[in-house]
Design a protein around this ligand. Structure first.
Ligand SMILES: [Zn+2]
Length: 584
């Protein structure tokens, strides 16, 4: 007996056996039940989702004398005749019969009445491959179809079908089949052919099927040829996924910024003959698993990996920083897209590796965050002996690494939204305002500058608003830092907005500062200032800043602000004549 592939052997013959496409099946069954058969259908959807199978069942069902629940009965004379092969159901592969002659031929033949049943059904697969003139010929037929004709056009690329054809068809979209359904189907197939399997192996095959039943069954068939029992190891060997341990060590090294190990492991894997593209895919898969393990409580169930492998993924996840995982994933996804244009894929891969494993070579904000997280870990391990110090230093994230203990306690928890930054106080309420109320003897920092009398400070305040020096010495650490942090967050958010490229480019070199709760952004290029002060850009900036709690901000041209500063200093000197005034 000739070998029959699993997919053909288990090709569904009734609507009940169709995996997942209930929405399509229901429409068709209802039409059969009511005897309202249309003349033209368009089945769209990814390959292997069941378009042709459904078309064949439908073609037999419309002809069946006693359809059972919409499906062909398989017993009546018509069903038996159609099973033998009949001229009444024609399948045309438009990929190889795409010319105008084939369509003209079809137009002639469709005029003859059916031989066995009530309808002549034409299934045209890959219909988007037809030439323009062939489409025109088909359109003529669709415009005036004989009463006994039914056309089922199937395609993976509906956007390539002319509108004139589309408008004459009833369109039914086939969905990708979820992994869960694929798994169930594969298990029932394996059970019926009496093959033993590991659950993890089935899950891996379903994942590789990527929504397509046909692809999944062909992969399963390859795996069954590899070994009599389906094991996870066997499946990964067939799929060419590198030995898990090595890839896991590689990803661990990337996330741990261990460049030498990452490079030597890559060297080893590629030397074993693995293609660059496949390794890249393996890395991405593993990064994805690590991300899931890091962030989901039910990761073990979601990933359905064998226990030993899951333990390894979990280990990498708990050692890695969340930002580093995201950043590495972004880098490799980008590289995957670029790979097909790369003249040397290997160099592209290694560059990506270097960037991912060495955030210090990168100046973007994500890279900086990763570096900060690394520093924090080092600081945390340095102060590990001090009780309670470790969680604190972890809490007081990026810039505020050295905030005194009691100050950290005053801080109220801001609304959770942007995880890595949450612990930063909003810019309007700088933490340095809090301690003086709580503590009996705060350090009189402000009095350092003007020694004899404190009262002129009242006048000094408006001056500070113009963004000049006195405020800065008053709060040497927190003021400028806050503005910078806020601005960093602002840039980060801005970059993620759609169509913000130009604005981001204009903003990235601004110099942030703070004066009286107002964020001052300075540039030394006049056109940049003018552009940013334009209505549209200003509105966009305001929106992003508002999300960060900043309601007032100003974009300044540098030399203008210098002039203001000078005026201010002159004024100050006049007001405080007699006192030593020093402006930095
Ligand atoms: Zn029948």
């Amino acid at each position: 007996m000739a070998h029959l592939s699993l997919y053909r052997k288990f090709r569904p013959s009734t609507f009940r056996e169709i995996v997942r496409q209930e929405h399509v099946v229901r429409v068709l069954k209802n039409q059969i039940g009511r005897g309202e058969i249309g003349h033209a259908y368009l089945f769209t959807g990814a390959r292997g989702t069941g378009k042709t199978s459904v078309a064949r069942i439908f073609a037999r069902a419309v002809n069946c004398e006693h359809p059972e629940d919409g499906s062909p009965c398989g017993k009546c004379p018509t069903c038996l005749a159609l099973a033998e092969g009949s001229l009444d159901i024609a399948e045309i592969d438009a990929a190889s019969n795409n010319g105008v002659n084939e369509m003209r031929d079809l137009r002639e033949k469709v005029q003859y009445p059916p031989v066995t049943g009530r309808y002549k059904v034409y299934i045209i697969d890959e219909v988007h491959m037809l030439t323009d003139s062939a489409f025109n010929a088909l359109l003529k037929t669709l415009e005036e179809p004989p009463a006994h004709a039914v056309f089922i056009l199937a395609t993976t690329e509906p956007h390539k079908i002319p509108a004139t054809i589309l408008s004459r068809c009833m369109r039914l979209d086939f969905k990708l089949i979820p992994e869960e359904d694929l798994e169930k189907h594969l298990m029932s197939v394996l059970d019926s052919i009496g093959k033993a399997y590991e659950k993890e192996a089935v899950a891996a095959i379903a994942r590789a099927g990527a929504g397509s039943d046909r692809d999944m069954l062909s992969i399963a068939e390859m795996c069954l040829a590899y070994g009599d029992k389906l094991t996870y190891e066997g499946v990964t060997a067939v799929l060419g996924a590198a030995d898990f341990e090595t890839t896991a060590s590689l990803v661990g090294a990337i996330l741990g910024a261990d460049m030498p190990t990452a490079l030597s492991l890559t060297e080893r894997i590629l030397a074993e003959g693995k293609a660059v593209g496949v390794l890249l895919k393996d890395i991405l898969n593993l990064l994805n698993e690590v991300a899931v393990a890091k962030s989901c409580a039910n990761a073990e169930k979601l990933l359905s990996l064998p226990a030993r492998l899951f333990a390894k993924v979990k280990e990498i996840a708990s050692a890695a920083d969340g930002n580093a995982i995201l950043r590495a994933t972004e880098i490799f996804v980008k590289t995957e897209n670029e790979l097909r244009f790369a003249s040397s894929p290997r160099i592209a891969l290694e560059t990506a590796l270097l960037r991912a494993a060495a955030p210090q070579t990168d100046r973007d904000i994500d890279a900086l965050l990763v570096r900060i997280a690394q520093l924090e870990r080092k600081v945390a391990s340095l102060v590990a002996g001090v009780p309670a110090a470790q969680p604190k230093s972890e809490k007081s994230a990026p810039v505020k690494g050295f905030v005194p203990e009691e100050r950290a306690e005053h801080r109220t928890a801001p609304p959770p939204e942007d995880p890595p930054f949450e612990e930063l106080p909003p810019p309007e309420e700088p933490p340095f305002d809090l301690p003086p109320w709580e503590e009996p003897a705060p350090e009189p920092v402000r009095e350092v500058r003007i020694q004899p009398a404190p009262e002129p400070r009242m006048d000094a305040e408006p001056f500070a608003a113009s963004g000049a020096a006195p405020k800065a010495p008053a709060a040497p650490a927190d003021g400028p830092r806050d503005a910078e942090t806020t601005f960093g967050l602002f840039l980060r958010r801005l970059r993620k907005l759609p169509k913000s490229g130009v604005l981001y480019a204009l903003c990235r070199d601004l110099e942030p500062d703070e004066a009286d709760g107002k964020l001052i952004l300075t540039t030394d290029i006049r056109t940049v200032a003018d552009t940013l002060n334009g209505e549209r850009h200003r509105a966009m900036m305001a929106e992003v800043l508002a999300q960060l709690g900043v309601t007032e901000f100003e974009v300044r041209f540098a030399s203008a602000s210098h002039a203001e500063e000078k005026d201010g200093v002159e004024q100050l000197k006049k007001d405080f004549s007699g006192y030593p005034v020093e402006v930095k």
